[in-house]
Design a protein around this ligand. Sequence first.
Ligand SMILES: Cc1cc2nc3c(=O)[nH]c(=O)nc-3n(C[C@H](O)[C@H](O)[C@H](O)COP(=O)(O)OP(=O)(O)OC[C@H]3O[C@@H](n4cnc5c(N)ncnc54)[C@H](O)[C@@H]3O)c2cc1C
Length: 450
Amino acid sequence: MDKRTFLKICSAAFASPFLSKMAAWALGEKLHNWAGNVEYGTDRVYSAGSLEEVQEFVRKQSKLKVLGTRHCFNHIADSRDQFLSMKAMDKVVDLDAQARTVTIESGMSYGKLCPILESKGWALHNLASLPHISIAGACTTATHGSGVKNGNLSTAVSGLEIVNAAGDVVKLSRARDGETFRGAVVGLGALGAVTKVTLDLQPSYQMQQYVYENLPLSELTKNFDAIESAAYSVSLFTDWQNKRINEVWLKHRMENGKSFDAPAEFYGAKRATKNMHPIAELSAENCTEQMGVPGPWYDRLPHFKMGFTPSAGQELQAEYFVPHKNAVDAILAVEKLREQVGPHLYITEIRTIGADHFWMSPCHNQDSVTIHFTLKPDWPAVRQLLPVIECELAPFGARPHWGKLFTMAPARLDSLYEKLPEFLVLARKYDPQGKFRNEFLNTNVFGTAS
Ligand SMILES: Cc1cc2nc3c(=O)[nH]c(=O)nc-3n(C[C@H](O)[C@H](O)[C@H](O)COP(=O)(O)OP(=O)(O)OC[C@H]3O[C@@H](n4cnc5c(N)ncnc54)[C@H](O)[C@@H]3O)c2cc1C
């Protein structure tokens, strides 16, 4: 069975708890994440269709996890007991033009929301590399795109509705709830079931995307800030070989409808003459339009189009955030590992993210640069490689992505989050018995074995 057929079956399967079991049965395997590297501990999925159903279900369970679109590569979403899916709850609840906000039910994906916003003249400030992911799952794990001035996707959140462990509805807003709000937005799924999310909007805008090939590494290290600031959103792709960045993706915002005149050369890199995939050997069919063709924000900010497999498809991912000021040194440190990394790597992506104030965000109070690894799906080899990368990046204060693979010791992780003690207090207030906690959270965040 190919991946597209699998995704179709699973998407239908989430419509009902009965069907989810059928899908697992039809596949002869348990429910698993998008990448297929995590087989979840249960295939029991309850699909809620309303807030009341969520409340009733949460009240009845002693242990559960909310499942989003299953795009995390680690066990953060896993459960041995019971899943709650809100995939069927995917409506726009309110679009407030005056407040410039949209409120959505938490089963909504960016892929579904963005065309709706565009049709009404509105946009979001940024998107991840793919639109397929749920907004609630993305925001609770601090998912990000790129851009020196762009905060991660969670920074667009101005309000949350959460069903806590008691089944009660809690409403939080940026304007009213200050520090509690800052603790709750990147909640890692530990506070309860997020049932609604309110996001900041801005007027719709057009973008142009250009790709440049073969940027000399020496140019990058000399001109890092200028290169990263050369467009609204910049992504650098490298295989770490031959002292070069293979591809530079520049995503320009067309202010007042004005086109960006892209030069043929960019710091020694040459403008591509055809659409590219970040992994140059793969077809660009799955990728958003390039070559400067103007298009709406939601069709240029992600690298991959909705309706197509994003990235390589069969892969593992790991990603580390370092403070922006350490970026060049961190990049050079990883480059030293090129011989070790090379055989396991499809591609690395380097992006920038603006600082935010969310307690458990890897960008908490610091402008950051991420070094991401799309790796071949060989976990025994990747498990050997990640500690080597983590050791090399440790002097730069690297924090792993909450939704990707890492091997960092929990004690080290804890030491990187100064607001962790406050977060634990908040989580225990919303969920005193650990109903929404799983082994991943107990080990990596709560510091206790499950
Ligand atoms: C091909 C690919 C490309 C990616 N690109 C990027 C990228 O560009 N940038 C980036 O930062 N990340 C990227 N990611 C990672 C991805 O964005 C995150 O893993 C994100 O969490 C996925 O959301 P999800 O809904 O699939 O989460 P899931 O894996 O389903 O769940 C993740 C966590 O969120 C919780 N959760 C989900 N929904 C709710 C809810 N309603 N209430 C409470 N808790 C909830 C779950 O319990 C779990 O703890 C990529 C992943 C893939 C597979």
